[in-house]
Design a protein around this ligand. Structure first.
Ligand SMILES: C[S@@+](CC[C@H](N)C(=O)[O-])C[C@H]1O[C@@H](n2cnc3c(N)ncnc32)[C@H](O)[C@@H]1O
Length: 511
């Protein structure tokens, strides 16, 4: 038993009719982490009403929000979010004496909102090109460089003052960097302590007044701002000169060899289409490759429930991981143990080729044993874009495909391990998706299907805003009856107090 499965408590084990065995597992709660999570949530809420706290928590929310969105969408949304409250808050401090002043005021506030958001957008653009702590510096550099503009009062305070502002923004970038890399609580604590010490040393930490550094060196503020501008230019040049390149598909011969057209089953090869790589078949079919991801979607893939729920994933793709992590932390359960509770059921060995259908943002990949060759397919471009981002952060590699899990673009018996987590409940055709998983799995391999139970859908999803999960065609259920009778070792387990199920079965060695 490994370290995580030891945290799982087997509650019962009973036969599941002719199909196999049923078990229920439960994850232990992490009480002190849950308390910490609620305290932190409280702090962030307090930040909306109490500006000394908001001065620290606001930039964290900003860098996280803009970082989780496509650059333009993040920029526009955050400008709107900064502009409207700013208008209301600073109305009184602007000298509205003449007829043109209200317009001037609107113009100024819009400019301030745009300028305020610019460092966050710059960070969103430049940071992913760097690793480690270097990736945390674009935000504080850009935010501090803005002080060169030296805006008149009452706008001066909005761009912050000197080193203190640098520190606040750096703190925000480091917190989000740690959050995105799932640093443990101890590292978070050490980082926060480090910043607290610097903030105290720097003086006047919670009031935006000149610091003792400014007092020591009268020109410190402006020299520092110009230095930060030079730093921004260096970051910009580096990021522009080093755009992301995914490995050309022409060099992935083994991977391409197992691809086939999802509609005709014809083998595919790499072709050049208007100077770009694409995948083509001898029959003239062509599938574009965008940002390193082949697109196998056909119009009929995005119909019915597939289309209905695709809208959700397209909207929340940037937040998906965060929603899951915050929910887990507030609920107090051990997320890593949860991933292992079903992934450890698989038989992944170093060197195995592994396929996850509906890979989403790739969260499961992180918890698989190292050394496997990973492939993931999903119907949502937004989820896959975030998967690509995650893989870069985790320094992992995987072949990603945009397509429908109900018609896979892979030849028969292509993968040593095939699994699916979290989407099948709301597929248009679950039976077809399962047949496809079996088709592309190597004979003798173990397959896994895991998703949420009706209990969880009713208690959580149905209560979520928008009413999307109400008026479903039928209650969700583990698709045990859709597993073909020739499959072996069929087992159904319930996890997380019956909130999720994990269904495993083996494809016979001779089929
Ligand atoms: C809840 S997420 C699970 C993501 C990931 N497997 C995980 O465990 O974190 C469900 C995923 O299923 C994908 N999905 C939904 N319908 C699909 C379909 N017909 N084919 C492929 N993926 C689909 C969604 O885009 C979404 O990324």
């Amino acid at each position: 038993m490994n370290h995580c499965s030891s945290q799982l408590k087997k509650q019962q084990s009973q036969p599941a009719g002719k199909k196999g065995a049923r078990m229920t597992t439960e994850l232990r709660n992490h009480r002190w982490q849950q308390i910490l999570a609620w305290l932190l949530a409280g702090l962030f809420i307090l930040g909306f009403f109490f500006s000394p706290v908001g001065a620290w928590t606001g930039p964290i929310i900003g860098v996280w929000f803009v970082g989780s969105q496509r650059p333009l969408r993040g920029f526009l949304w955050m400008t709107a979010i900064a502009f409207i409250p700013g208008l209301l808050m600073h109305w009184r401090s602007f000298p509205l004496t003449g007829p043109t002043e209200p317009l001037q005021y609107l113009g100024w506030m819009l400019l301030v909102a745009l300028l305020g958001v610019l460092p966050f957008t710059f960070h969103r653009f430049a940071s992913p090109h760097f690793s480690g702590l270097l990736s945390t510096l674009p935000l504080p550099l850009a935010g501090t460089a803005l002080q060169i503009l030296d805006p008149p009062q009452p706008f001066g305070a909005l761009t912050g003052i000197g080193f203190h502002h640098f520190l606040v923004l750096w703190f925000a970038a480091v917190v989000v960097w740690m959050w995105n890399r799932e640093a443990n609580w101890a590292k978070f604590g050490a980082g926060a302590g480090f910043f607290a010490v610097i903030a105290i040393l720097e003086g006047d930490s919670f009031a935006l007044t000149p610091s003792f550094l400014n007092a020591l060196t009268p020109n410190f503020g402006s020299t520092f701002a110009w230095t930060c501008l030079a730093g921004c230019c260096a970051y910009l040049v580096y990021a522009l000169l080093r755009p992301f390149h995914s490995q050309p598909w022409a060099s992935r011969q083994e991977t391409v060899a197992r691809l086939q057209s999802p509609s005709t089953g014809a083998p595919l090869h790499v072709v050049a289409e208007q100077g770009r790589e694409a995948l083509g078949s001898a029959a003239g079919e062509s599938f574009p490759i965008r940002k390193g991801i082949p697109d196998f979607r056909a119009p009929q893939d995005l119909t019915g429930d597939n289309l209905k729920y695709n809208h959700v994933y397209q909207t929340i793709g940037g937040f998906y991981d965060d929603i899951q992590r915050i929910f887990c932390a507030l609920a107090g359960f051990d997320r890593s143990a949860y991933f292992h509770s079903y992934l450890d059921l698989l038989e992944v060995k170093p060197g195995d080729s592994v396929l996850e259908t509906s890979v989403g943002t790739g969260l499961n990949f992180r918890y698989l044993p190292a050394g496997a060759t990973l492939s993931g397919l999903d119907l949502s471009p937004e989820m896959l874009a975030n998967c690509q981002l995650n893989l870069r952060r985790w320094q992992m590699d995987a072949d990603l495909y945009l397509g429908n899990a109900e018609s896979l673009p892979f030849a028969d018996s292509s993968f040593d391990v095939v699994f699916h987590v979290g989407g099948i409940n709301f597929f248009n055709d679950r039976a077809k998706a399962i047949r496809e998983m079996i088709r592309v799995a190597r004979p003798g391999s173990l397959l896994l299907i895991a998703d949420e139970t009706e209990k969880h859908v009713k208690e959580v999803y149905e209560k979520s805003p928008g009413g999307l999960w109400k008026n479903r065609r039928e209650p969700v259920s583990a698709p045990i009856d859709l597993i073909p009778p020739e499959m072996q070792e069929v087992r159904l387990q319930q996890m997380r107090n019956g909130d999720t199920y994990a269904l495993t079965f083996r494809k016979p060695a001779l089929l």
